[in-house]
Design a binder for this molecule. Structure first.
Ligand code: A2P
Length: 279
């Protein structure tokens, strides 16, 4: 278990693998920008980096990791593959491509990026991911952008889904989706955890506790994710922002703070509908 002071900075997947609660998101960084941001993040203390085949930055992320000098075993590396690989042999090929690009020989977490239900092969992909865990190629698997209907199909094949990475911020809490995760032991990872527009960062429910506790609004929102037990992968190439986004383990929001941020929920659907959008 990883602790900072008395606080746990990781969460546990159903198979016992621990995931650092804060990771560096890397979309849409590419090339030298991505390599520099990753290397800087690692020197700022990040131990979890989140990338994807579709971000077209896996080799740059690998370069950033090499440049940092960190031991591979110190790092938690997540990537995701596209729907063209949704078959037994395809998932193996996607794994081979990602580890080659990243310059590693294993992944900590490998995710189905989108379900693509019209293609209808995401259950096959999940079954092969479990085989990759069983043979030691990856430490854990998960999915991304899966609605409860997609999760049910995977579970119907006898697989427990360890983690689902979905868009979550104070205005896009997807209450039914997250309740489904809680009810089935699925860890939630939040992408765009600070929102794209960030309008709520100046809302009194966020700005109030920021002033009261001497934190930035982004830290308050990331702390809200962490206290809900969620992994969050905020992206920033800016060193100061990277540092503040990771520095959310030395204070607590009280029940009123948490409830006020929860109340920002709009009920809006995520930006992209995974029944129709995929890559
Ligand atoms: P920037 O990259 O300029 O730092 P995503 O939704 O892909 O996770 O993007 C996160 C957004 O939040 C980016 O626009 C990023 O801007 C911004 N951001 C990241 N960290 C902070 C922070 N500490 N304060 C304010 N905005 C932030």
């Amino acid at each position: 278990m990883t602790c900072k002071g008395t606080e746990t900075t990781t969460t546990e997947l159903a198979n016992g693998v621990r995931v650092p609660l804060i990771g560096l998101g890397t979309w849409p960084l590419r090339g030298e920008d991505a390599a520099a941001a990753v290397s800087q993040a690692i020197s700022n203390g990040y131990r979890h980096i989140d990338t994807a085949e579709n971000y077209a930055n896996e080799s740059a992320v690998g370069e950033g990791i090499r440049r940092s000098g960190i031991a591979r075993s110190e790092l938690f590396l997540t990537t995701k593959f596209n729907t063209r690989w949704h078959s037994r042999s395809g998932v193996r090929e996607a794994f081979g491509n990602s580890v080659q690009q990243l310059g590693t020989d294993y992944l900590d977490l490998f995710l189905v990026h989108w379900p693509n239900p019209a293609q209808g092969r995401y259950v096959d992909a999940c079954e092969e991911l479990q085989n990759l865990v069983d043979d030691g190629s990856i430490r854990a698997w998960g999915v991304s952008n899966f609605k409860p209907s997609h999760l049910k199909a995977v579970q119907g094949a006898g697989l427990a889904v360890p983690l689902n990475q979905v868009q979550v911020d104070p205005e896009h809490g997807q209450p039914d989706q997250l309740a489904y995760h809680r009810g089935h032991g699925i860890v939630t990872a939040a992408y765009s955890p600070l929102g794209r527009s960030g309008g709520f960062l100046s809302h009194p429910a966020v700005d109030g506790p920021a002033k009261e506790l001497g934190k930035t609004p982004a830290q308050i929102v990331l702390r809200w994710h962490v206290q809900h037990g969620r992994v969050a992968v905020p992206k920033s190439a800016d060193s100061q922002r990277q540092q503040q986004n990771l520095d959310v383990f030395n204070f607590r929001l009280n029940q009123q703070h948490m409830a006020a941020i929860d109340a920002l929920e709009t009920g809006a659907a995520p930006r992209l509908d995974s029944d129709t959008y995929f890559h």
